[in-house]
Design a protein around this ligand. Sequence first.
Ligand SMILES: C[S@@+](CC[C@H](N)C(=O)[O-])C[C@H]1O[C@@H](n2cnc3c(N)ncnc32)[C@H](O)[C@@H]1O
Ligand SMILES: [Zn+2]
Length: 273
Amino acid sequence: MYTNKVKKKDRAAEIIRENQKRFRCPICSGDMTIKGFYSLVCGSNHSFDISRKGYLNMLTSPCNIVYPKELFEARHKVCEEGFYDQLIDKIINTIEKYKKSQEDKKELTILDAGCGEGSHLYRMSQRIKKDLKYNLFGVDISKEGINIASNNSSDVIWTVADLTRLPFQNRSFDVVLNILSPANYLEFDRILNGEGIIIKVVPGQLYLQELRQAIYKNKKYSNDKVVDYFTSKLEVVHVENISYKFSIDDELLPILIKMTPLTWGRMLKEGTI
Ligand SMILES: C[S@@+](CC[C@H](N)C(=O)[O-])C[C@H]1O[C@@H](n2cnc3c(N)ncnc32)[C@H](O)[C@@H]1O
Ligand SMILES: [Zn+2]
């Protein structure tokens, strides 16, 4: 067990070293390098250690956006059952198309901003064509989320950080994924290279409609404001709607209920959790 964790930390240190030029100190914005095997350090000596499980914590102030650990665990289970697989396939297709338009690229650097417990990026990394080198980064403000994400045995650099102040250099990414999470388009624009793209996933009107119906009865749900804001800030290249049904058995139902902030808000209010 211990040996396994040490190996994980070593592998994480190796891929962080390969990508160290992409990091930027979240305190002074200085360049960063790996020092003494397991610390990422800037010229002013601000130092961030790689944890035993192989993730970095680069949060500079305490976070008050707290999703409970149980929500991330439930999300992880639901993802493992394949609930989001069709969405992941769509994202992979989009990345493949982008790749074709960037023929000279030898590697692709992707950030999942607000990755939660990391399943989407992990499952993508398992399915995407490995015809070039991928540098994969998952960032979330929640340590609980990143802690679960780092259980995955993939070569992803998992980092606890605030997406409104990303610890990365300007123009160091090709793709930013932003799946069902808050965004900061100024930051995304800063870290993307000139031809980079943002893939933003927002829930449509029918997302989890059975659950919404059960909890909120007939209350209408719309994400128009989020989409309008996105459209006002960025050049929209392509929009795709995705809609599918997924059967939930009795075992998965209580887990599905626990995996969404929608129900946590309601249950907390009613004192049922
Ligand atoms: C609904 S969850 C979605 C997580 C994941 N993308 C998924 O689809 O399973 C929203 C995520 O955004 C993260 N988040 C919220 N504010 C953030 C911020 N300022 N910086 C980084 N992550 C943030 C939360 O911690 C949470 O993991
Ligand atoms: Zn610094």
